[in-house]
Design a protein around this ligand. Structure first.
Ligand SMILES: [Zn+2]
Length: 171
């Protein structure tokens, strides 16, 4: 359970909100492994239930209301984050921890994604955290490129929306 680059933290938060297939403990294990957590990873039904709730808690941070976003992030930090500390446990390079030692996976993920969102919002503004504008997509994304505003989660959603608008104009 470790924190590396700020990029990794914001990616973890975005991917968690978009992870609509976390149905089993196996799905959760795969998600954590894919996001660089060293195995073997031991998760149970409590972790799964808590992390599914965490997804719902995080989603409004992407809704474009910065006061609401800050409220949610601060509430998560207050509840789950501890004073940051450096650790080099198990021979890993020095890295910052913000979850309490021995935290459950849900507590670790809450503290870590809250830190990632706080850092990202402070650097880029809450407007850089958004929900995809495509009519049939609910995915969220983080756009660190301030000079290039983005409305869609992927070029695929942008393309599909452009084609639909074009068809509507011709009809
Ligand atoms: Zn999309």
């Amino acid at each position: 359970m470790e924190i590396q680059s700020p990029d990794r933290l914001i990616r973890l938060a975005v991917d968690l909100v978009n992870a609509d297939k976390l149905r089993t403990t196996g799905d959760l294990q795969a998600f954590l492994l894919e996001h660089g957590e060293p195995g073997p990873i031991d998760v149970d039904e409590n972790d799964l239930a808590a992390i599914r709730l965490l997804r719902e808690w995080l989603r409004p941070v992407f809704h474009g209301d910065s006061a609401q976003g800050a409220r949610v992030v601060n509430a998560m930090l207050k509840r789950y984050a501890v004073r940051p500390y450096l650790s080099d446990h198990d021979g890993t390079p020095w890295h910052v921890h913000v979850a309490r030692p021995g935290a459950s996976w849900a507590e670790w993920l809450a503290a870590t994604t809250a830190l990632g969102l706080a850092t990202f919002a402070a650097g880029h503004g809450f407007e850089a955290l958004a929900v995809c504008a495509a009519a049939d997509c609910e995915r969220v994304f983080a756009n660190a490129a301030e000079k290039r505003p983005r409305r869609f989660c992927t070029p695929r959603c942008a393309g599909r929306t452009r084609v639909a608008a074009h068809r509507a104009r011709r009809a």
